[in-house]
Design a protein around this ligand. Structure first.
Ligand SMILES: [Zn+2]
Ligand SMILES: [Zn+2]
Ligand SMILES: [Zn+2]
Ligand SMILES: [Zn+2]
Length: 476
């Protein structure tokens, strides 16, 4: 099997190798240009988030499976496509007491499906292929030795539930526990083109790809198909790297996230800068405070006594107490705002987030991620309220931070330009709309390709805007 996989990868200009400090990795044996597909894979198993079709993850015209009353389908086409696996899953789920069904979280379901699929492949009911077989799952890392006791107990409890569902006398609980640990660091969240999460899937070949905070490739999904595209020119003989985490963040924040979920210390070029001038400045801008002086855009560092922060541009001091005071106000208003937003009270949420923004303007560096995330919330609220004008104001304010936090070809930056362009279109700012949509297209055609319905819609909007602009130049 391994040999065959090597053959298939080599046809695509790829090879799997093993690095002493990193384990397995995916290398290129050909050159890849930005936008080019490096590899794509269907999930070995996948589950949707609640109330979505089991197969296509759609949310329209859903009906529950009449037998187990648990799994949803959008129609008979998807139901039929899932029947080979669901037939056995359905029997297991139907036997489960109603009381226990509420414990069927996506992780539990993914594990049940993993074992059922393995069994059906053992029995040759579902064919094994080079990229679709349980051996590839077996080869994934689990990091069992690094997991803390509490987590291990939780995984063991989850394994018990899987055993209750499957009722296989020969099921090895220890192996199921280890597999939960495997899923935690290998399963991928499946998102739509706008990066909204739809479900979870396991893609054992894609899982070979390692992480970088400055990646040369990006993982996106087309339906449930995982597609990895180059975002930079990747020369022959390089390692293919994607990002596992939200890359907008200081080196400390990123390393904490990677350590907690994936158990490794990142040694990418961004992380290797830790503690150096450039890195300290970046952290102080993205997550730090602003200078007290009105027009100064300097970044602040702690003084050696830890009692104040000093502006690195004008030398002004800011007392720790002053910062703590505002920070606690920000916290309390943010909590109220989040509650209002959650309950759908947009007017109230909007005015609370504006208070948070006002406080953060006194507290945070103008390019800080916290301030940006507040403005991001305001953008969403104004969109909900159909207030395009204010939404556009906030969308535009986030762009400089996006440019800084997501350097290069990043889907987040492309999507933000897209939102900007859509708002400008609604507000009949045709010239600006063309500029924003063009920027969006230049980024997203690399990260998303050009063939998806999402990209076709973007292109259609851009053409419409061009037509509108030329109509105006003709008539005026
Ligand atoms: Zn469907
Ligand atoms: Zn069923
Ligand atoms: Zn890194
Ligand atoms: Zn200053």
């Amino acid at each position: 099997m391994e040999e065959e996989l090597r053959g298939i990868l080599s046809e695509r200009g790829l090879s799997v190798s093993s690095l002493p400090e990193k384990g397995r990795c995916l290398l290129t044996t050909n050159h890849f240009s930005p936008g080019e597909i490096i590899i794509s894979q269907e999930p070995y198993v996948s589950v949707p988030n609640h109330s979505r079709c089991e197969v296509c993850f759609g949310s329209d015209k859903l009906k529950k499976c009449a037998a187990c009353h648990f799994v949803w389908y959008c129609g008979s086409k998807c139901q039929k496509a899932d029947w080979t696996l669901h037939r056995v899953e359905c029997q297991a789920l139907s036997k489960l007491e109603k009381e226990r069904q509420k414990y069927l979280t996506p992780s539990i379901r993914l594990m049940v499906k993993l074992y059922l699929r393995r069994k059906l492949q053992d029995q040759k009911v579902i064919p094994n292929t080079v990229t679709d077989n349980y051996n590839l799952v077996e080869a994934l890392v689990s990091h069992m030795s690094e997991i803390d006791e509490k987590q291990l107990v939780l995984y063991a409890q989850m394994a018990n539930l899987v055993s209750v569902i499957l009722q296989w006398p020969d099921l090895k609980l220890k192996e199921v526990t280890e597999n939960f640990s495997k899923l935690a660091c290998n399963a991928h969240s499946i998102c739509d083109s706008e990066l909204r999460p739809l479900g979870t899937g396991l893609y054992p070949v894609i899982s070979v790809i390692n992480h970088s905070c400055l990646p040369n490739a990006v993982l996106m999904f087309e339906g449930k198909t995982a597609v990895v595209r180059a975002v930079q020119p990747i020369p022959k003989g390089s390692e293919v790297l994607i990002s596992y985490i939200e890359t907008a963040g200081s080196t400390m924040t990123r390393q904490k996230a990677l350590n907690e979920q994936y158990f490794f210390n990142c040694s990418c070029p961004r992380c290797m800068n830790l503690g150096q001038c450039e890195d300290i400045q970046e952290s102080a801008v993205l997550e730090g405070y602003r200078c007290d002086a009105n027009t100064c855009t300097g970044f602040l560092l702690r003084d050696p006594d830890n009692k104040a922060f000093i502006c690195q541009q004008c030398g002004r001091l800011r007392k720790l107490e002053d910062i703590k005071q505002i920070a606690s106000e920000v916290k309390s208003f943010s909590e109220k705002a989040a509650t209002a937003l959650k309950s759908g009270n947009y007017e109230e949420a909007g005015s609370l987030y504006k208070t948070v923004e006002k406080l953060q303007l006194k507290l945070c560096h103008p390019l800080s991620l916290n301030l940006m995330s507040t403005r991001e919330s305001l953008l969403k609220i104004f969109m909900e309220l159909n207030n395009w004008k204010d939404a556009l104001v906030y969308c535009r304010m986030t762009i400089p931070v996006y440019e800084k936090a997501y350097p290069g070809c990043h889907p987040m930056l492309g999507l933000q330009y897209y939102t900007c362009g859509k708002l400008e279109w609604l507000l009949e700012e045709t010239g600006n709309c063309i500029r924003s949509l063009t920027k969006a297209f230049d980024i997203l055609r690399v990260t998303h390709g050009t063939n998806t319905p999402f990209m076709k819609e973007l292109l259609a909007k851009l053409e419409e805007a061009h037509a509108e602009a030329s109509f105006h130049t003709q008539t005026h």
